[in-house]
Design a protein around this ligand. Structure first.
Ligand code: TYD
Ligand code: MG
Length: 452
């Protein structure tokens, strides 16, 4: 019998990782007993092996390596570019997750159009495993975006996508969504984690070896966990989440980014003509009122990435119905709320320990900075005493357990933005010509609630 020609390698049937010898546990996806023998001929080996373009045989000096930084493409949508760390890096894979209907397909079709229109040689491929070409064309028409330079492929077969990638060599490829892609190589059942990892790995490997940005769309469950695609997070370079608040505002945020910070927030509003970037969001988290502020409301300038937003914190206190009091706070960590309330009780003798406390943040933005402590104290004090703050007041500072208000980073920028939006009474724990110095909770109450 003729001996089969080829090289014996071992391939993980979960994620497609290849190894020269059998291993009990896959170093890529950490699954056990997934390696199977696989005979390939040497010419295939290079194409099949994992991301081999950047794997080196010998070490070199880091200083002799060209940095990847110049290798970005700008999507042309500023809010998106900012979240990506200044554009999308070529040879990289980005996972974008969000609930169904949030606007992932809309955003990526707009992005595909923006990239393909910048230069005619920018080939863009949009793969859809969920919608027909006609549906995508209708969306493009509704969004009024030119579609001449966007290549569409409606399929769920991995092999079709690989063929299209090799033929077109796109610089930007969207796969919408990765959960719909299937290959018989990874078993006969569609929709399994094995299928997901295998298909993603093949596509990511292709992107690593070519100057292409690969966008994998993933649906997430209501609880916010990327179902199934959570297991892809370690395989991609960037993970972006797309969320919304109660209105039609959409938040774009990086959860992991190998090529930039994860602090930046992208803001869009979903309108008839698609997603419109919100150019100046600094005052969008303040409720516009015709009358004066109600009790329990205080405003703080917070940093989200490189930008300052003025945000309204709302507090409500009611006598507890049971012996155990509770803090209801979704957008600010309830431990922070409890701590600030405890400091107020101790320093001012104002009782919170028999109250249920409700905290909300206008616009649904989540606040994690310690710089919000001062405004949170003022909102709580105002809610408990029913004395409202004056409209043009903003408060900056972190509260210590001893009742001191301490400086936070970038105070000058916060004060400047508050001033530009018409705030006149700005309390901050550092000397500033345009602000009122306030370094402890007792003076904060004195300045803000003089009549008390
Ligand atoms: P879509 O991008 O299909 O969401 P996803 O891909 O995340 O499931 O967006 C669907 C929603 O967006 C749908 O409810 C309609 C709305 N929409 C608009 O309001 N304006 C538009 O221009 C478009 C295209 C969609
Ligand atoms: Mg979609």
């Amino acid at each position: 019998m003729a001996k089969k020609k080829g090289v014996l390698i071992y391939k993980c049937n979960s994620c497609g990782n290849t190894q020269p010898r059998w291993l009990g546990r896959c170093p890529e996806c950490s699954e056990w007993n997934t390696f199977e023998e696989c005979l390939i001929n040497p010419s295939e080996k290079k194409a099949n092996s994992d991301s081999n373009d950047w794997i080196m045989q010998k070490p070199v000096k880091l200083s002799s390596v060209n940095p990847m930084d110049g290798d970005r493409i700008f999507t042309g949508i500023n809010e998106f570019d900012r979240v990506l760390g200044g554009g999308a890096m070529k040879h990289s894979a980005i996972l974008i997750g969000g609930e169904p209907g949030i606007g992932k397909s809309t955003l990526l079709l707009q992005t595909a159009a923006a990239i393909s229109n910048r230069k005619t040689e920018n080939t863009v491929l949009y793969v859809s495993g969920e919608e027909s070409a006609g549906q995508i064309r209708s969306r493009a028409d509704r969004l009024n975006i030119p579609s001449e330079n966007i290549h569409i492929l409606c399929t769920s077969k991995l092999e079709d996508i690989e063929n299209a990638l090799n033929t077109l060599n796109p610089i930007f490829c969207v796969v919408d969504s990765i959960q719909t892609i299937f290959t018989p190589e990874a078993g006969i059942v569609p929709g399994t984690i094995n299928q997901l990892k295998y298909c993603a790995n093949e596509l990511i490997t292709w992107a690593k070896e070519h100057p292409c940005v690969l966008m994998l769309v993933a649906h997430i469950t209501k609880e916010g966990i990327i179902a199934g695609p959570k297991s892809l997070e370690h395989m991609v370079d960037t993970v972006i989440s797309f969320e919304k608040n109660n209105d039609d505002v959409r938040f774009l945020r990086a959860q992991k980014n190998r090529f930039g910070s994860i602090d930046e927030l992208g803001l869009f509003s979903m309108q008839e003509k698609g997603l419109i970037p919100i150019e100046d969001p600094s005052s969008m988290f303040i409720t516009q009122r015709s009358s004066s502020l109600p009790a329990g409301v205080a405003i703080v300038p917070v940093f989200e990435g490189s930008r300052v937003f003025l945000v309204e914190i709302q507090a409500l206190t009611v006598p507890a119905k049971a012996n155990v009091t509770r803090v209801y706070s979704e957008k600010i960590d309830f431990a922070r709320v409890s701590r600030v309330a405890a400091v107020l009780e101790k320093s001012l003798g104002l009782r919170f320990s028999d109250q249920d406390i409700y905290i909300n943040v206008a616009g649904g933005i989540r606040l994690t900075e310690s710089a919000i402590d001062g405004a949170l104290s003022a909102a709580l004090y105002s809610a408990r005493t029913s004395i409202p703050l004056s409209e043009s007041t903003a408060i900056i500072g972190e509260l210590s357990l001893a009742g001191e208000i301490r400086p936070v980073q970038k105070i000058k920028q916060r004060v400047k933005t508050a001033l530009s939006l018409g705030f006149e009474k700005i309390l901050c724990p550092e000397k500033d010509d345009n602000a009122i110095l306030c370094t402890d909770i007792k003076s904060l109450v004195k300045i803000l609630f003089k009549n008390s």
